[in-house]
Write a protein that binds this ligand. Structure first.
Ligand code: ADP
Ligand code: MG
Length: 458
């Protein structure tokens, strides 16, 4: 019938506009009572279904029809309860909508294409390329992420993005994932935190269900793994990941990885993985410059719909220079403070709101750490900085390294260099060792805490 053929064509268009899961959930159980260029009437199984379709899918249907006929029809839904009774998916159609409520809600609205890709992935609609402020410190990572979306598997593979906490790694990965899904709505994408990967793998091993795990990870077009440094201690998972990597890589599937440190500094990461991570592009994100921070503060304020005077934005950008999450936190605090006390957001009020932050920690240098440890442990500064490895010197030196990692922004190399020209692995080892020791040995814990608190009081 002509009517059915028209609906088939429209369905085809719909399938290109929504993700497969949505299509399966919502469009399998409907049929056209009427379909012509002026009017489409669809029978749906129940009232809830009807309301849902009206709210979230009517515009997609209109648009899809317009793509076929050149004119957007009116769209109506009618409940046909026999559909529910006859449908094998009946139960599912009652429950599935609730599960993916948020997701498909955002997703079906074509006017908001960034949300469209979000569905089952729980991507943050705020983490897009559009909302990512580019500056000298993150330009490379940003450009590379855009490039791999343009040419997946061809531009840079893998793309390895590393940088400190709160510098925008997850934001970039999600932006790339969402942009990719927008371009290829039916492609298979896996976005997982490394922790999840490890957990899933361990579970799969326990259940003896590795096959399913593997096809989930390997039968994909685009794999994003956030915070790969969690792979450090999971040996068997490294092995598994190595094979996942190889299988995707050789099939020219795109891989994006984020980490808090460059490949060679991830503790106890197998050499073969380290070298693979360097095959593509390794992009470092540095802490943002003042101009970038200012732009981010203004940008976030605009996104939240709050007016922030320039002076206030400058105050925040000047004083919070380590990490962008804290920058956002400061913005939240000043606007919240103004709202709470019902006062205008002035420079004065911002100073008050940020008092604790602004006057908290002065920056600590490696020398400060060494000096403090030297006096507390009665070890000579020159010994801490020397080559001798007797226990009475080595332990305080390791404590120095651990605290320097905690309190300063110096790199592993710089810290190692300061303490007797040691290399980065020595620092990593010391850092881990003391972290462990703090858990098990109250004496070390007290000493370390003592040093840290007197350094914070400077
Ligand atoms: P990471 O994963 O590196 O720890 P996130 O990606 O979680 O950091 O970023 C922390 C916060 O800072 C997020 O809210 C993110 O949106 C924001 N952010 C980071 N970099 C930028 C940027 N360049 N422009 C806008 N917001 C940013
Ligand atoms: Mg992150």
């Amino acid at each position: 019938m002509k009517q059915d053929r028209l609906w088939e064509a429209v369905l085809d268009q719909i399938a290109r506009r929504v993700r497969r899961q949505q299509f399966e959930t919502w469009f399998r159980n409907v049929y056209p009572v009427l379909a012509d260029p002026e009017r489409i009437e669809l029978a749906v199984p129940n009232r809830f279904y009807k309301e849902w379709m009206e709210t979230y899918y009517a515009s997609v249907i209109r648009e899809s029809a317009a793509a076929v006929t050149g004119s957007a029809p009116e769209v109506f839904f009618a409940v046909d309860s026999t559909l529910a009774a006859s449908s094998a998916n009946d139960r599912q159609s009652e429950t599935a909508p609730l599960q993916d409520q948020q997701a498909s809600g955002a997703h079906a609205d074509k006017s908001n294409p960034q949300d469209q890709a979000s569905d089952e992935y729980n991507f943050s609609p705020a983490y897009t390329f559009a909302s990512f402020v580019v500056g000298p410190a993150n330009r490379l990572g940003h450009a590379a992420a855009m490039a791999v979306v343009e040419a997946p598997g061809r531009a840079y593979n893998p793309l390895f993005i590393h940088g400190g906490v709160g510098l925008g790694k997850t934001h970039l990965l999600q932006a790339a994932a969402q942009a990719f899904l927008q371009r290829s709505p039916r492609a298979k994408l896996v976005f997982t935190s490394c922790e999840e990967f490890v957990n899933d793998f361990v579970l799969a091993v326990q259940r003896g269900d590795l096959g399913a795990f593997r096809s989930r990870q390997r039968d994909v077009d685009f794999l994003l793994i956030d915070d790969i440094h969690f792979l450090a201690r999971a040996e068997r998972t490294q092995e598994e990941f190595f094979h996942t990597f190889n299988s995707l890589y050789s099939a020219h599937k795109q891989i994006i990885i984020s980490s808090d440190s460059p490949p060679s500094e991830i503790p106890s990461l197998e050499e073969r993985l380290v070298s693979r991570f360097k095959w593509g592009l390794v992009a470092r994100i540095d802490p943002p410059t003042y101009e970038t921070r200012l732009a981010i503060v203004k940008n976030k304020a605009a996104l939240r719909g709050v007016e922030v005077p320039d002076k206030v934005a400058e105050l925040i950008a000047e004083n919070i220079d380590t990490n962008i999450r804290e920058l956002e936190g400061a913005l939240t605090r000043v606007t919240g403070f103004a709202a709470l006390w019902n006062r205008p957001l002035t420079l004065e009020l911002a100073r008050e709101a940020l008092q604790d932050t602004l006057f908290a920690r002065p920056s600590v240098s490696i020398e400060d750490v060494a000096r403090e440890v030297s006096s507390r442990f009665s070890v000579k500064l020159s010994d801490l900085q020397g080559r001798r490895r007797t226990k009475s010197i080595a332990l305080p030196r390791q404590i120095c390294m651990h605290i320097a990692r905690q309190l300063t922004d110096y790199s592993l190399e710089e810290i190692g260099g300061f303490f007797g020209g040691r290399d980065h692995t020595t620092v990593m080892y010391a850092d881990e060792k003391i972290s462990e020791l703090i858990k098990t040995d109250p004496g070390t814990r007290a000493a370390v805490n003592g040093v840290i608190s007197s350094l914070s009081r400077h």
